[in-house]
Design a protein around this ligand. Structure first.
Ligand SMILES: Cc1cc2nc3c(=O)[nH]c(=O)nc-3n(C[C@H](O)[C@H](O)[C@H](O)COP(=O)(O)OP(=O)(O)OC[C@H]3O[C@@H](n4cnc5c(N)ncnc54)[C@H](O)[C@@H]3O)c2cc1C
Length: 382
């Protein structure tokens, strides 16, 4: 007989794990399916850390970050430990930046989130670790924070299980509808609803339903540097930072180890997620190390790099929607900046799946021009 669950969640990275948690805590029977082992490194939710921040380029995202902070606080309380490490966040806009600062200041102002604008001297006085080009302006938001990536995803899985969800690894889904899921070994599960959180593999599962998403998977790279004086980069003394230009880079203070992590945003090549390498790319490392060496001279030498995937929509906006023609099939996709919102994705996708909410936002809809108009101009830098 076919096993039946109220909901099946496909993909157990951060978004799927958060959705399984949300559905299970609402007392639904939940089956989560993951094609690899839980916590694997072939997707997007592994490694130590992710940035959580209010500063975003549109008021809609800034509003959503308020939910994200609230949802992380609720998750911390459910987990019985603080998952959010507040260190402050510094968005660094050079003179004539590729990313317009006004989008950020206007959006924060509209939503009522406080911030400070600091010139190079003010930044240097407060954080002498930085050596910045003249004319750089820092947008400082005091609530900028670090959340745990792999360990945070494991917390979501643990809580989902505690609420009764069944999570199966090495269970590759080959076909989905809104009411059934089929595995590579032929097993079929019936469901009241299905939530697809397969990130880089989303389009493969949707294509047979006639949904052709213009997603690009890029192979990103993060690198850890070893400062000679890690105490100068301690979270109490060093903020998160983002270099708001093309290329765009970002970095962390020390977080659980005496290293500082940095990376380029959207710096990696487009890849097939099933045929990509895992080795560090020396050219990407050189570009990053050059920037870090100039901007944070005490950050030290690179000691390790790792790869991770972005799954990008043409407008870099999320997907949170029901699949047209399949109202009980819901899709969530983080577009390479979704981790900070993982608990929020979980709540909103669960709302969609249960019918507690009809839609989330036209910005995240599957029928928006960026996903349906082939002439839509791709823009990933935000
Ligand atoms: C280097 C890097 C840095 C980042 N930094 C930040 C940051 O600072 N802040 C931020 O907010 N976001 C950040 N992001 C983005 C964020 O990490 C991702 O948006 C988020 O982790 C995506 O989670 P996910 O669960 O959708 O994807 P994944 O973690 O990839 O999970 C999808 C899962 O689906 C599984 N799956 C796929 N197909 C199937 C199938 N057929 N059957 C069963 N299972 C399947 C996969 O194996 C995978 O485990 C970063 C990403 C990278 C790569």
């Amino acid at each position: 007989m076919t096993e039946r669950h109220d909901f099946v969640v496909v993909g157990l990275g951060a978004l799927g794990s958060a959705t399984a948690h949300q559905l299970a805590r609402r007392r639904h029977s939940v089956l989560g399916l993951e094609r690899f082992e839980l916590g694997h490194h072939r997707g997007a939710s592994h490694d130590t850390s992710r940035i959580l921040r209010h500063s975003y380029h549109t008021p809609e995202y800034v509003r959503l970050t308020r939910d994200a902070y609230d949802d992380w606080a609720r998750l911390s309380s459910a987990a019985g430990r603080e998952l959010v490490t507040v260190v402050g966040g510094l968005d660094l806009f050079p003179a004539d930046p590729a990313i317009p600062m006004v989008d950020y200041t206007d959006s924060l102002t509209e939503v009522g989130i406080d911030f400070d604008l600091l010139d190079v001297d003010a930044i240097g006085e407060r954080w002498p670790q930085f050596a910045l080009p003249a004319g750089t302006v820092g947008l400082y938001q005091r609530r900028g924070a670090i959340v745990p990536a792999g360990p945070g995803t494991a917390v979501l899985q643990d809580l989902a299980r505690r609420h009764g969800a069944v999570l199966r690894d090495h269970a590759e889904v080959t076909a989905v509808t809104g009411t059934s899921v089929t595995l590579a070994d032929g097993t079929t599960y019936a469901a009241g609803g299905v939530v697809l959180c397969a990130d880089a593999w989303t389009d493969r599962l949707l294509a047979p339903l006639g949904i052709d998403l213009p997603l690009t998977v890029t192979l990103e790279q993060a690198t850890y540097f070893a400062p000679e004086r890690p105490e100068d980069f301690a979270p109490e003394r060093m903020p998160l930072w983002i270099w708001m230009d093309e290329p765009s880079f970002y970095g962390f203070p020390c977080y659980g180890e005496p290293t500082v992590k940095a990376a380029q945003d959207c710096g990696g090549p487009a890849v097939d997620p099933d045929a990509r390498g895992t080795d560090p790319d020396p050219t990407m490392l050189d570009l990053l190390a050059g920037h870090v060496g100039r901007m944070l001279p005490g950050a030290g030498r690179p000691v390790r790099s790792l790869r991770c995937q972005y799954t990008l929509t043409p407008d870099r906006d999320f997907v949170m929607d029901r699949v047209p023609g399949h109202p009980s099939l819901v899709v969530g996709l983080g577009a390479g900046h979704g981790f900070k919102f993982a608990p929020t994705f979980g709540r909103l996708l669960a709302d969609l799946a249960t019918g507690e909410r009809d839609t989330v936002s036209p910005t995240f809809a599957l029928d928006r021009p960026a996903l349906t108009d082939p002439s839509y101009a791709v823009h990933w830098l935000v």
